[in-house]
Design a protein around this ligand. Structure first.
Ligand code: MN
Ligand code: MN
Length: 478
């Protein structure tokens, strides 16, 4: 047997199911041995006393995503993926978006050009499907699924993105036939439009009214409807960015009826609330995202959903638009009405530290749950497991060695994204990656980035077992 390149020694190694004190042997970028004691490597990193986890898989983040609104995505694949690895995330799955009238293949080709030569961590693509024409559904999409793009996001709202229910059924049928995972943004678009028009007529256009225009029933109803549509086709779906108790209960109820409905939530629903949208001087716009942050009771419900397994995935929904920028939150200059403010908050870098500190550190979740929701489950659900998402012989050596003893305050100036704010500014936490290792390379150590630009590789995704359809579609589909 050839020698090892690197050993991570003496750490407490957590996976989605185990907690083991062992050494990790790495060669050619992969984990090749796990043992009580290893030696004979070119480099040995002593992780004594430290928690060691798989690198994070952020399966919902927007990086260099083009838009038709005039807003600009602040992070390209270089700044976005550097920000990821500084926070312990070693795999990202952003979105190749199809604009209406555009071929899906063209969208994918364009997105490859944006990533290649820039990404410093490995990446796969979800597709965003906005124009399910016969050509797209009959040929392009099946061919792309076969080529390793095995998941896509659909929207029930946003005028330029939304599908109606019959289009959603079409998409679910193709997903079932070809074995792809469908992610659903669930909000009732007509309710949002109606409420927004009413608010505007009343002159209520400040950032705080963004939350008023998308109250919980809007999300709850669409979540219920998406689940019902998935039931008709008998194919699993994943509801993204669930913000509070009532939508979560729809998912829990479907799960308890035996349906394979997956749920995702995000840091903004644990650590932000609608009060953050009410900050003076347009500062509330920093926290405008959809669905909106709710209230402290809903935050507690989301914690409960993570610890009890209603949610399989905890992702950032990193949507980097700058605050003080006419192509960012101040779209067009000044203080736009809430309807015109680009949606989304940045969070690639802070996702893992926040959950390690406030979840594991405060005893709300255990380490195995942390690993499952930040890495393992996303890798499984999107066809990247076991190459990504775990610490096992044969897996890529994507590893985080944690410092969970130093207290620090989140400051945007310390982060590496290209955004001029973080919604978590000033939050005290007690967890940050001491060292991040990606495919066997140390890419972050003691506060310094050591990753070569463009080292990240494109990952094709297998057809996930998690997406397999059941035996009971409403009508025969084959
Ligand atoms: Mn969304
Ligand atoms: Mn998103």
């Amino acid at each position: 047997m050839r020698g090892l390149d690197l050993i991570v020694a003496n750490g407490t190694v957590a996976t989605g199911s185990d907690l083991v004190k062992c050494d990790i042997g790495i060669a050619d970028g992969r984990i090749v041995s796990l043992a009580e004691r290893l030696d004979g490597a070119r480099e040995i990193i002593d992780a004594k006393g430290a928690i060691v986890t798989p690198g994070g898989v952020d399966s919902h983040c927007h990086i260099d995503q083009p838009s038709q609104t005039g807003a600009v995505c602040a992070d390209d694949f270089h700044s976005g993926t550097i920000s990821a690895l500084c926070g312990g995330t070693t795999t990202v799955v952003p979105f190749a978006v199809q604009f209406r009238g555009q071929s899906l293949r063209a969208a994918v080709a364009d997105y490859h050009r944006r990533a290649e030569g820039k990404a410093v961590v490995d990446y796969a693509f979800h597709l965003i499907l906005t124009d399910p024409t016969e050509q797209v559904m009959g040929q392009e999409l099946p061919a792309l699924i076969e080529a390793g793009y095995t998941s896509f996001k659909i929207y029930m709202t946003y005028d330029d993105l939304k599908l109606d229910d019959s289009q959603v059924l079409d998409v679910l049928e193709v997903a079932r036939r070809h074995g792809a995972m469908v992610m659903v943004h669930a909000e009732n678009t007509d309710c949002i439009t109606w409420l927004t028009e009413r608010l505007e007529r009343l002159g209520k256009t400040a950032p705080r009214y963004h939350a008023t225009s998308r109250p919980m029933p809007v999300e709850r109803e669409a979540t219920h409807r998406a689940i019902a549509l998935s039931e008709l086709i008998d194919v699993p779906i994943l509801i993204v960015h669930v913000s509070g108790r009532e939508a979560m209960e729809e998912i829990r109820r479907a799960q308890s009826r035996g349906m394979r409905i997956y749920g995702e939530t995000c840091p903004q629903y644990l650590f932000l609330s609608e009060a953050d949208l009410d900050k003076p001087d347009f500062e509330g716009a920093k926290c405008i995202c959809s669905p909106p942050p709710r209230d402290p009771q809903n935050q507690e419900s989301i914690w409960n959903g993570i610890s009890t397994g209603v949610f399989q995935v905890f992702s950032s929904d990193h949507s980097p638009t700058r605050f003080d920028d006419p192509k960012g939150k101040r779209l067009g200059g000044g203080t736009p009405i809430f309807r015109k403010v680009p949606n989304g908050v940045p969070g690639l870098e802070t996702r893992l530290p926040l959950l390690m500190s406030e979840g594991v550190g405060r005893g709300r979740i255990d380490l195995n749950t942390f690993v499952r929701v930040t890495a393992t489950n996303a890798a499984r659900i999107y066809g990247l497991y076991p190459q990504k998402g775990t610490i096992a012989v044969g897996s890529d050596a994507d590893i985080v060695i944690w410092d969970t003893t130093t207290e620090r305050v989140i400051r945007n100036g310390d982060l590496h994204h290209a955004v001029d704010y973080t919604p978590f500014e000033g939050k005290r936490i007690k967890a940050w990656p001491h060292i991040t290792i990606a495919r066997g390379e140390v890419v972050w150590r003691d506060g310094a980035v050591t990753a070569r630009k463009g080292r990240g590789r494109f990952l094709t995704c297998a057809k996930p077992e998690a997406a397999r359809g059941g035996p009971n579609p409403a009508i025969p589909l084959e």
